[in-house]
Design a binder for this molecule. Structure first.
Ligand SMILES: CC(C)(COP(=O)(O)OP(=O)(O)OC[C@H]1O[C@@H](n2cnc3c(N)ncnc32)[C@H](O)[C@@H]1OP(=O)(O)O)[C@@H](O)C(=O)NCCC(=O)NCCS
Length: 157
């Protein structure tokens, strides 16, 4: 098979998976699959209880917590919020077997559309400085590195 044909086949496969993924707001029965996905993607931190994170999100803009399904398998998530000034993105994840097929971009396109519709003028997000792969991913989507440092204060003990 010629290189060009192979490229077209790969591209068609990527496109069909992207159009095939159903993206919808999180529903409670998704919870275990979501937490498993976050574990697989290395997003769980000892200081963040995923159950509590999900519970809190369901009480604040739950429509900005999206999941992506391919043939009913939960393969992607993204959690966003808008506080009236900036939009924020957390828990963007695509299952390892489905990465580099356009699904991460598809999740971001959906959530950006929802934030834009809510009147949000700019999105901020935090990535660990050593996580070059994810920084590259966001750069591909038009994000630029802001010259800021991130500060935080925990309100919950
Ligand atoms: C980050 C993540 C969501 C990306 O999802 P994905 O489905 O693999 O990304 P996509 O296939 O949609 O890639 C979109 C674009 O980014 C590029 N890209 C993705 N990963 C990349 C990488 N590691 N290096 C360079 N470019 C990358 C792709 O080439 C693609 O570019 P194109 O559309 O111009 O061809 C996924 O890698 C992931 O779940 N990682 C683990 C969890 C994580 O770290 N989340 C972020 C927390 S801040």
């Amino acid at each position: 098979m010629s290189y060009e044909l192979l490229k077209i086949k790969r591209c068609t496969k990527k496109m069909s998976l992207m159009t095939y993924m159903e993206i919808r707001p999180f529903q409670l029965p998704d919870k275990f699959a979501v937490i498993r996905l976050w574990e697989e993607c290395g997003l769980i931190r000892p200081w963040n209880d995923p159950n509590k994170d999900i519970e809190r999100k369901l009480s604040v803009q739950p429509d900005l917590f999206l999941v992506g399904l391919v043939e009913q398998e939960l393969v992607a998530t993204v959690m966003a919020g808008y506080e009236g000034h900036r939009g924020w993105i957390n828990y963007l994840a695509v299952a390892p077997d489905y990465q580099r097929k356009g699904l991460g971009r598809a999740m971001m396109v959906q959530v950006e559309r929802r934030l834009r519709e809510a009147g949000c003028p700019k999105i901020n997000l935090l990535v660990r400085s050593e996580n070059n792969q994810v920084i590259e991913f966001y750069k591909h989507l038009g994000y630029i590195v802001d010259d800021v440092i991130s500060l935080g204060k925990r309100l919950e003990r």
